[in-house]
Design a binder for this molecule. Structure first.
Ligand SMILES: Cc1cc2nc3c(=O)[nH]c(=O)nc-3n(C[C@H](O)[C@H](O)[C@H](O)COP(=O)(O)OP(=O)(O)OC[C@H]3O[C@@H](n4cnc5c(N)ncnc54)[C@H](O)[C@@H]3O)c2cc1C
Length: 376
């Protein structure tokens, strides 16, 4: 089949790999003028890493393996600790923090040079019983057998399917940076999550001497931007226990990026006819669980498998959506909650043995993962 993909982000590149491997002809249209080289780091969990492996992609040599997540109070007490290495051993794939540009490079490695047409923005979509047509901002059109909208949280393809207004602002946003911060944590495989009355802070080694650091704060789209955000973060979080003050002292305004988060209720059927969606286009959510890109990779993998089965393509697209719905709707509902509210009392963390906590994490991760990905 001839398949059109809108967007060359994580989902668009992953789905293209899966579809090309199954023998389809694929054309990708991306609004950006060239492949994205910026962006901060992402946490690729065992489920995402399993999909990457099946798509022929290794994360060896980039980023940093994460073996443990410690949840802390703002005054430095341990709430709970999760042995990610143990869970990774059970699933067979490590959890890795990796700068987004490296992930996009690895997803693009080996794909045909002319696969992606950059600088091409999808404006309109139409379909009949046999074909789908996309109209671009320069007035040109493309026609194919199927269309995959992988165009992220402002998706034009989703707007065509669902209309306006389906994506709502969440209650919080993230100030984040990825920079060389010379503290002990940067050279480890330990990820810290710290919560207190002022918000939440995450610190995650991302390889090459880089630390990914972020601060989640309450946010609404009508809030004015602070004139000096770093000074505001220092005022708000500067009294927290080490290493938060050291990170804030080493950070610069240039490192900072802000994301106000959004969320949509996942629909049991999110496509129509010969059109479907993958990734944030279908399930925009805050990064509370660090699962957005991982679930996007699962989408790409399941869609690739469904379309390799042949038969009526519209039926296969609905089967893909049905297989993904229970998992992605659970992840999405959990991710909607502000991480600053996830406050496990330190005493409870000490009372539940670490092996039980790790077992709970493994069972929870299983529920987030599509069964076919688990058994692949
Ligand atoms: C602060 C933050 C931290 C995050 N951390 C994590 C994490 O640790 N782990 C994790 O798994 N996920 C994380 N995520 C979520 C993750 O970034 C997304 O879920 C993931 O990138 C979704 O991939 P996608 O392909 O759907 O969208 P994107 O990666 O956004 O790609 C969409 C692409 O479509 C293109 N496009 C858009 N509109 C058009 C158009 N009209 N025509 C043509 N092209 C178009 C865009 O330019 C872009 O290249 C985080 C997100 C944020 C904001």
């Amino acid at each position: 089949m001839e398949i059109l993909v809108i967007g060359a982000g994580v989902g668009g590149l992953a789905v293209s790999r899966a579809l090309l491997a199954a023998g389809h002809r694929v054309r990708v249209y991306e609004q950006a003028p060239a492949r994205r080289t910026g962006g901060k780091a992402l946490l690729v969990w065992s489920n995402g890493n399993a999909v990457l492996n099946d798509l022929g992609i290794s994360l060896d040599g980039v980023g940093a393996r994460i073996d443990r997540i410690d949840a802390m109070t703002d005054d430095g007490r341990l709430r709970t600790s999760m042995d990610i290495a143990h869970a990774a051993g059970r699933f067979g794939f490590a959890t890795q923090a990796i700068p987004r540009r490296h992930l996009l490079e690895r997803l693009g490695d080996g794909l045909p040079d002319d696969l992606v047409r950059y600088g091409t923005s999808c404006q309109g979509v139409s379909q009949d019983d046999d074909r789908v047509t996309v109209t671009f901002s320069d007035g040109s059109t493309a026609t194919g057998d199927l269309l995959v909208g992988a165009d992220g949280h402002h998706s034009a393809v989703r707007r065509h399917l669902w209309g306006d207004g389906s994506v709502q602002p969440a209650t919080f946003g993230t100030w984040q940076g990825l920079s060389p911060i010379d503290i002990d944590l940067t050279g480890t495989h330990r990820h810290l999550m710290i919560t207190g009355p002022e918000g939440a802070c995450g610190l995650m080694p991302a390889g090459d001497g880089l630390l990914q650091w972020w601060f989640d704060v309450r946010w609404s789209p009508t809030d004015p931007r602070p004139a000096a955000p770093l000074a505001e973060l220092r005022r708000r979080f500067g009294r927290w226990a080490s290493p938060v003050p050291e990170v804030l002292a080493a950070a610069t305004e240039d490192d900072l990026e802000f994301f106000g988060h959004h969320w949509n209720k996942v629909r049991p059927v999110w496509g129509e006819g010969r059109i479907t969606l993958v990734g944030d286009a279908a399930h925009t959510m805050p990064p509370t669980l660090g699962q957005g890109a991982n679930q996007t990779l699962e989408d790409a993998w399941v869609l690739g498998r469904e379309l390799a089965r042949g038969g009526d393509p519209a039926v296969r697209l609905r089967a893909y959506e049905k297989a993904r719905y229970p998992h992605i709707s659970l992840v999405s509902r959990l991710a909607k909650r502000n991480p600053a509210n996830w406050r496990i009392p330190p005493l409870l963390g000490r009372l539940i043995p670490e092996t039980s906590q790790t077992g709970m994490l493994a069972r929870f991760s299983n529920r987030l993962t599509t069964p076919a990905v688990r058994s692949a």
